[in-house]
Design a protein around this ligand. Structure first.
Ligand code: DGL
Length: 271
């Protein structure tokens, strides 16, 4: 049993889709969240920059006394090296492995789609994980760079014509390739689920990496005996690298029923 908080981070607010699921699954856990809102998006950047940012984000969370690090970001999960993660003083998990496992189990046709940021798709991380599980899988991967700004600007209502148009542009070739399972490989994308589900059709299983992050974190803590005893309701503290007011304006969209909790700005470049 370990009462220290779970440390979760993302390039911005997308990782809050994972926090929402974590709070649902592990209501007794305390959470410290860092969203790098001053430097979002990470997805279009090069590997070295993403690594430098990820290392600072992790150092900040470690300074908060967390019991584990959860990279609730497809881009960081696809870039941060496993050897470096293994050398951290607390356990680490990203989103790729669990999402790939879930997709490999879900597909019947053996055709799986992967969508994510440019850095995620360039890294081939989901493909490698999927092929390690099922070498026969056929994968169609597509970077969807406009999805993150769409979400952050609130174009997420079911039936939103702008979201529908962008989804169609990006996903036409993925749908045409006949996938029966699609990994929403970025933690922002679960918020576009209605538009994506509408376009892909009812026969396609969507794998939500926000939820997969929470499954991965809960599994890791359970295996290592690091779960809290659940004797009281967990709390959440949020840190951002840009104005807390902007966070407050968007948090309900990402956190739903779990919105609320103190938000503080930190100087991430000093970590
Ligand atoms: N939430 C990040 C991810 O899961 C994407 C946002 C960004 O490009 O920084 O990849």
């Amino acid at each position: 049993m370990d009462r220290r908080p779970i440390g979760v981070f993302d390039s911005g607010l997308g990782g809050l889709t994972a926090v929402r699921q974590l709070r649902r699954m592990l209501p007794g856990e305390d959470i410290v969240y860092f969203g790098d809102t001053g430097r979002v998006p990470y997805g279009p950047r090069g590997r070295d920059t993403i690594l430098q940012y990820a290392r600072q984000d992790i150092r900040f969370l470690l300074s908060q006394g967390v019991k584990c690090i959860v990279a609730a970001c497809g881009t960081v999960s696809s870039t941060y090296p496993a050897e470096e993660a293994a050398a951290l003083p607390v356990p680490y998990t990203g989103v790729v492995g669990t999402a790939a496992r879930c997709a490999a189990e879900a597909t019947k046709s053996g055709r799986v789609g992967v969508i994510g940021t440019a850095a995620t798709v360039r890294s081939g991380s989901y493909e490698k994980a999927l092929r390690a599980l099922r070498p026969d899988i056929a994968i169609t991967a597509k970077a969807c760079p406009l999805f993150v700004p769409l979400v952050e600007n609130g174009f997420i209502e079911p039936g939103d014509p702008v979201a529908a148009l962008v989804v169609e542009r990006y996903l036409a070739e993925v749908r045409a390739s006949g996938v029966d399972t699609l990994i929403l490989g970025c933690t922002h994308y679960p918020l576009l689920r209605p538009a994506i589900a509408d376009f892909m059709g009812a026969g396609v299983t969507l794998i939500d990496v926000g939820q997969m992050t929470a499954v991965a974190a809960a599994g890791m803590l359970g295996e290592r005996g690091l779960l809290n005893d659940g004797a009281r309701a967990g709390t959440a503290r949020y840190y951002v690298s840009d104005t807390p007011e902007d966070f407050a304006a968007l948090e309900t969209m990402f956190l739903g029923e779990y919105a609320g909790g103190p938000v503080e700005r930190i100087a991430i470049e000093t970590y």
